[in-house]
Design a protein around this ligand. Structure first.
Ligand SMILES: [Zn+2]
Length: 492
């Protein structure tokens, strides 16, 4: 909790609405392929373009994914729910309504447990409902936003992609808790394999509802919805900013306007987007083209039995296996649990393997904007790399270069080390020649070591490392130099 949150007499009340784009092969109500990077409007048909007479057919896999997420969030799977039409006009929605769920969702009343600052908080999940995505509008002009655009283009490839909306209860009390919630929800989605959940690219999207109330009271204050939060960091910054803004407003005038606000990442502020629509503005009614959703109990039981290990259980298991809590949390949150498990199964010590994943692999994938879980590193390659460092074939520095080659698809660690010529030189005769050359080149340093200044040995080790382009085994070089200079001096 920040100093500001603590210092004021207001308690933040935060709820999140998170949209998850499902990675099914086809759209929610038609057979159009979900394939990114296609020409605009090439993945469309009469159904997702809303042409008269076309009929939607629900995607069973998308319903399965909704149930799986609901089960992972400890929700009740509702035995009878319906699709509704949410009516409004916008050019990216050719039917002029979005198919969504209204009074009853497929999954309701769940919860999610978070650990924030060593405290466990239980956050209620109000519901998980199914809907379809809209098309994508590109505003052409200097601002990139609809205001001030010269014209706008619409791509319907995204129209009809299945979405799940996960609505939390307003149980979050700080920016840090909101961030922990989004991180955990994303880790669950990744563990289930139902979406690639990329916040930056929009396959997972987060809106935050933020209000304040006097501490010690229970009635809700007027809430503001913040849009455009496309990273966990943005969510934290936007919520912290909004708490500060509302605190100032309440102190000055006591009035908050209910509205939707836009988060400006560069300016670090929120600004008014539009007055908040009320639910009755959308004229919801049951979609007469679609039958009710009534998942068979046996199917739900099968899906329950089939749930994979979820992040909380994975963290607990890794900690019990000797991994420290922070690393366990990072490995799980970034979806690298399977790589780590495979590396350990192939013989790598869990701590060493996790260190390479959280330091090097994570850095490598972040730099390239790739999901760490999708970098194409196998557990056996990671185990081989760790083993080559442990047995002195590679120094840590050379290990990084080898990893770089492995991640670039150049082969196994042994192949990369060999083709790039990166093996550490541990051959005694070769090292002895390099050590002798270094002593001959730096007689002053050698003399100081002989005279008892053992720190001066560093300059000679450095010279050998430089001459070998980092490939000499530093421990052996040190040993050889000591044998030459210190033990000789003692003997003499
Ligand atoms: Zn279609």
């Amino acid at each position: 909790m920040s100093a500001i949150e603590q210092a004021t007499g207001y308690e933040p009340v935060i709820g999140l609405e998170v949209h998850v784009e499902l990675s099914t092969a086809t759209k929610m109500f038609c057979g159009c392929a979900i394939d990114f990077g296609g020409e605009p409007n090439s993945r469309t048909c009469a159904v997702c373009l809303g042409q008269p007479g076309s009929l939607p057919v629900p995607n069973a896999r998308a319903i399965e994914y909704a149930i799986r997420l609901g089960l992972a969030l400890d929700c009740e799977v509702i035995d009878h729910s319906q699709f509704h039409r949410k009516n409004y006009f916008y050019p990216d929605m050719p039917k002029n309504y979005q198919i969504s769920q209204y009074d009853v969702a497929i999954c309701e009343r769940g919860h999610l447990e978070l650990e924030v600052d060593g405290r466990t908080t239980r956050v209620g999940i109000h519901r998980v409902h199914m809907e379809e995505d809209t098309g994508k509008t590109v505003h052409v002009g200097t601002s990139g936003r609809i205001h001030g655009a010269d014209y706008s283009l619409v791509d319907y490839n995204r129209a009809g992609i299945p979405l799940l909306e996960v609505v939390s209860e307003p149980d979050l009390r700080s920016a840090a808790e909101a961030q922990a919630y989004l991180t955990e929800l994303r880790a669950i989605v990744l563990a289930l394999g139902i979406s690639d959940a990329k916040l930056e690219e929009g396959s997972m999207r987060c809106d935050a509802n933020v209000s304040l109330r006097p501490r010690g009271t229970t009635a809700f204050g007027t809430r503001v919805e913040i849009k455009n939060l496309n990273s966990v960091r943005s969510l934290g910054r936007a919520v912290a900013h909004e708490i500060e803004r509302q605190t100032d407003l309440l102190d000055e005038s006591g009035v908050i306007t209910q509205e939707t606000r836009h988060w400006d990442e560069d300016a670090g502020v929120t600004s008014t987007l539009r007055a908040k629509e009320e639910v009755f503005d959308y004229r919801y009614f049951p979609d007469p083209d679609l039958v009710a959703v009534e998942p068979a109990p046996a199917w739900v039981a099968d899906l329950t039995a089939d749930l994979p290990e979820l992040p909380a259980a994975a963290r607990a298991r890794l900690r019990a296996g000797g991994l420290d809590a922070d690393r366990a949390a990072t490995v799980v949150a970034t979806g690298m649990t399977r790589i780590l498990d495979d590396a350990v199964a192939a013989g790598a010590p869990v701590g060493d393997a996790a260190k390479w994943l959280t330091n090097e692999v994570l850095g490598w994938s972040n730099e390239r904007g790739i999901e760490p879980a999708a970098v194409g590193l196998s557990g056996s390659d990671l185990a081989a790399l760790v083993a080559m460092i442990a047995d002195g074939t590679l120094s840590t520095r050379l290990g990084r270069q080898v990893l770089d080659g492995v991640l670039a698809g150049e082969g196994t660690p042994a192949q990369v080390a060999s083709t790039r010529g990166l093996e550490q030189v541990s051959d005694a005769a070769a090292l002895a020649r390099m050590v002798d050359a270094a002593i001959a080149a730096q007689p002053d340093a050698a003399g100081r070591v002989r005279a008892g200044n053992h720190k001066a040995i560093g300059a000679l080790v450095g010279a050998v490392m430089k001459a070998s382009r980092g490939q000499a085994n530093p421990a052996l070089v040190n040993e050889l130099l000591r044998a030459r200079l210190i033990n000789d001096a003692l003997d003499g």
